[in-house]
Design a protein around this ligand. Structure first.
Ligand code: UDP
Ligand code: MG
Length: 320
């Protein structure tokens, strides 16, 4: 029998919160009579987190655990949890008690009854320092605009997925911030949002410093680029390269042409190297060629990738 819910909890040095979190999840699950599992993914904690998980597993049959031998990051932890999850609906939540397990039944129902592929939490009222909330608003604005997914809070740790979604996406690097974009790219268009309760961190400290914004922004650019041009880099670099080369040629023609014209007229003309157009044409042609070559190499790389023909097929009619 498939389980109703798998809860995936990535954690790094959160030993103080785990027991409380586990009891809370258990209470919500039994109140709603869900069959469930909780997968704790210990992301190389240096505190007692793993010992706590082992104790929890002794007392609760629903507890599963994965222990990384070093800290790989939240995305890696989520990926490992997704691989193990067997429930019909997969819920992810942070281990720091900032997300409330009380939201699980409603999130599950949005997936099961309302047919969403993914529902993202929205911490409309946040209990985080302003240094985090303001840049985060900007981020979400840009991410939503670039991806065309109307969400207010991409990075919310509390999310619900149809099982199929977590088995189809590969969360890597620090892409946990952009899972809805990965899901959309994998063909899951039905992405919803639910306002969720948020608490201030009760124990421990945040694991992401200010560099989250720099890395997050770079990741956003690369994911945007990958979705748009990942499979056809030549369309980006080739177009840009050809355009620059064309500008270069025009400018060279202008320099050469006007020099010849002056010569035929018998007028004394300035040297070609004295014209700014000469340098413009040089730079443009060199840059254009380089961009074009970059596109070409990109094509070669993407063509030899094993995933070049990995499509997500939802239905097939074939000869019986
Ligand atoms: N986390 C993790 N690996 C890491 C960093 C964080 O598994 O390398 C977990 C962390 O233990 C927590 C969740 O990811 O359960 C969110 O982290 P945190 O609460 O520090 O982020 P914030 O709420 O400040 O965005
Ligand atoms: Mg947190």
């Amino acid at each position: 029998m498939t389980l109703n819910v798998s809860v995936v909890v990535p954690l790094y040095n959160e030993d103080e919160s785990l027991k409380e979190l586990d009891q809370w999840i258990k209470k919500v699950m039994t109140d709603h009579q869900f069959t469930y599992e909780v997968i704790y993914v210990n992301d190389g904690s240096s505190d007692k987190s793993w010992q706590v998980i082992e104790t929890l597993a002794k007392n609760n049959d629903a507890v599963r655990g994965i222990c990384f031998s070093r800290n790989y990051g939240k995305s890696a932890a989520l990926f490992a949890g997704f691989e193990m999850a067997e429930g019909q609906v997969v819920i992810t939540m942070d281990a720091d008690l900032q997300d409330s397990p009380e939201e699980i039944p409603e999130l599950r129902s949005m997936i099961v009854d309302q047919g969403y592929d993914l529902v993202s939490g929205w911490k409309q009222k946040r209990y985080d320092p302003i240094s985090k909330t303001v840049p985060s608003k900007l981020f979400n604005g840009v991410a939503s605009w670039l991806s065309g997914i109307k969400l207010h809070d991409f990075n919310c740790g509390l999310k619900a997925y149809k099982k199929d979604v977590v088995k189809s996406i590969e969360v890597y690097g620090e892409m946990h911030r952009y899972i809805p974009i990965l899901a959309k790219e994998a063909g899951f268009m039905n992405i919803g949002e639910k306002v969720v309760q948020h608490q201030a961190r009760k124990y421990g400290v945040t694991k992401f410093g200010l560099n989250r914004f720099i890395n997050g922004f770079l990741d956003l650019l690369s994911i945007h680029f990958m979705t748009k041009f990942g499979k056809k880099p030549m369309h980006f670099f080739g177009a840009l390269g050809s355009f620059m080369f064309f500008i270069g040629v025009l400018s060279a023609l202008w320099v050469g042409g006007s020099k010849l014209w002056y010569v035929f007229q018998g007028i004394e003309a300035e040297r070609v190297t004295e014209s700014p157009y000469f340098y413009l044409s040089l730079v443009s042609m060199v840059l254009g060629t380089q961009l074009f070559l970059t596109g070409f190499i990109g094509e070669l790389v993407s063509r030899s990738s094993t995933e070049r023909n990995a499509y997500k097929v939802s239905k097939v009619i074939s000869k019986s």
